[in-house]
Ligand binder design. Structure first.
Ligand code: ATP
Length: 453
């Protein structure tokens, strides 16, 4: 039985050390979560899966890791300072604050159903900072609300350092901060979250072709790399487009409460490079941009063959890493009825995504030969550099198996008295609970085989 509600995952995350409420001992802070020992591993594996697919497997995409705090001018010309605001309404009866564009019915409060609701007012979503020795509390910088803009302003730096012909892309994974009105859905909507975004720079004549290409390429990543079933994913084209967009589509996942966004694929035309470029009048821009008198650099591309100098279009793929982890956990979560009133919870993660690759469990802890052998097997497995290998030093075997089922460890290796006699260990498989005895000499081969699935 898969997870029926997000609450199934919330309880597991806390109990087993995936995700904790941020600032928990002081009552928490809305929209902020801390990732525990197994959460950091799962996030890292998802990030790596994205980076391998988007950067390492290709010739045309470079990586970038830009600063989280940035000059205010970036966000003035990107349009975020003026427009990055949500329409906020408040229920006069219960005081609930809601984003009008996300309400089920804009005439009724989502919380209490009252129709006594205020007029919408704009609400600044960016988090302002006051930095430097002369800071007087007024906002003089922002925490970035997305990675994309910090990529656009590095377009020329990257291109000069690593020349490319169009099309080419720049990928970034990193934190973003938004002063969300109503954080919700556990890690679905937070105030501090992580994005994996890629900006693909194309010749304007080829924008539609690459928009379609990235739609299908990204969908295939969710299905074939992360293993989300195709029937639980769908495209939702935007009917009302943002002023800069020529086309936009969300990749949505069937969360327990219904379909919702995991990733966006956007055709942003020449809006971004056009907004931040010096000498805008020299270029024929399609998008409507604010006049820029502050930029020091032309964010243009020169085609060596045609001699043309122009502002490329951008096709963007923008995914939330926390939402990806939530979807992966919801899919993997399984409650199994074992008969006789017994049940177990198991996280059937793809083994390469699992936070712990293998657990080594000495059956008893007071026999030095068993301890020594367990340490040696653990060391040998760690030398494979495949991720976290855990050596269990407490708890009985049943408890250990239950814990490793719940955190998704694909295989447990148990060392017992028989091991000292015949050089074999018990290997227990997470999904089937089957056990077999294999020679110590075959352990590393076996673990490699399993964790590469
Ligand atoms: P939404 O409509 O849900 O507010 P968005 O369309 O503003 O999202 P983008 O700006 O396109 O989102 O960001 C790209 C991705 O970042 C989203 O698809 C989502 O997975 C993730 N994301 C956006 N906002 C949040 C948030 N507050 N918490 C967690 N993830 C987020």
């Amino acid at each position: 039985m898969p997870a029926k509600t997000v609450n199934d995952i919330v309880a597991l995350c806390k109990r087993r050390g995936f995700i904790f409420t941020g600032s928990e001992i002081y009552g928490g802070l809305g929209g902020a979560y801390d990732y525990g020992p197994y959460g950091v591993e799962l996030m890292k594996n998802i990030r790596n899966a994205w980076w391998n697919f988007m950067v390492y497997a290709r010739n045309d995409i470079e990586g970038l890791d830009a600063a989280l705090i940035s000059n205010k001018l970036l966000w003035k010309y990107s349009g975020h300072e003026g427009c990055f605001s949500d329409p906020l309404v408040e229920c006069k009866k219960c005081g609930a604050r809601m984003r009008q564009d996300k309400m089920k019915d804009i005439t009724k409060c989502d919380n209490c159903g009252s129709s006594d609701i205020t007029e919408p007012r704009a609400y600044q979503l960016m988090m302002g900072l006051s930095i430097g020795a002369t800071a007087d509390g007024s906002v003089n910088a922002y925490l970035r609300p997305e990675t994309a803009t910090t990529t656009y302003v590095n377009f020329k730096n990257v291109l000069d350092a690593k020349p490319h012909k169009l099309p080419f892309g720049i990928a970034q994974i990193g934190k973003a901060f938004r002063n969300e009105i109503s954080p919700r859905g556990f890690v679905f909507r937070m105030r501090e979250f992580e994005q994996a975004e890629m900006q693909y720079f194309v010749n304007p004549a080829e924008d539609e072709k690459y928009f379609e290409y990235w739609k299908s390429t990204r969908l295939s990543w969710w299905i074939n790399v992360l293993g989300i079933p195709q029937e639980k994913l769908r495209f939702l084209p935007h009917v009302k487009l943002a002023h800069y967009a020529k086309a936009a589509v969300d990749i949505e996942y069937a969360f327990p409460d219904g379909f919702d966004e995991l990733e966006g694929v956007h055709n942003r035309q020449d809006f971004d490079l056009g907004s931040h470029t010096k000498g805008q009048n020299e270029f024929k821009l399609s998008a409507n941009v604010m006049e820029n008198k502050d930029s020091t650099t032309k964010l243009a591309y020169s085609d060596a063959q045609t001699g043309e100098n122009f502002i490329p279009y951008v096709i963007e793929t923008a995914m939330g890493v926390n939402r990806a982890m939530l979807a992966v956990m919801l899919e993997a979560y399984t409650e199994e009825d074992l008969g006789d009133g017994k049940s177990r919870t198991v996280l059937k993660l793809k083994p390469w995504l699992a936070p712990v690759k293998a657990a080594v469990i000495p059956l008893v802890r007071n026999v030095p030969e068993i301890t020594e052998l367990s340490n040696k097997i653990t060391d040998d497995l760690r030398k494979l550099s495949i991720g976290k290998i855990e050596l269990e030093n407490s708890g009985n075997i049943g408890k250990n198996y239950r814990r490793h089922d719940e955190i998704g460890t694909p295989v447990c290796i148990t060392i017992d008295h028989q091991t000292l006699e015949d050089n074999t260990v018990t290997v227990r498989y997470r999904d089937t609970m089957e056990q077999e005895r294999i020679s110590i000499d075959d352990i590393t081969k076996k673990v490699l085989e399993i964790t590469h699935q």
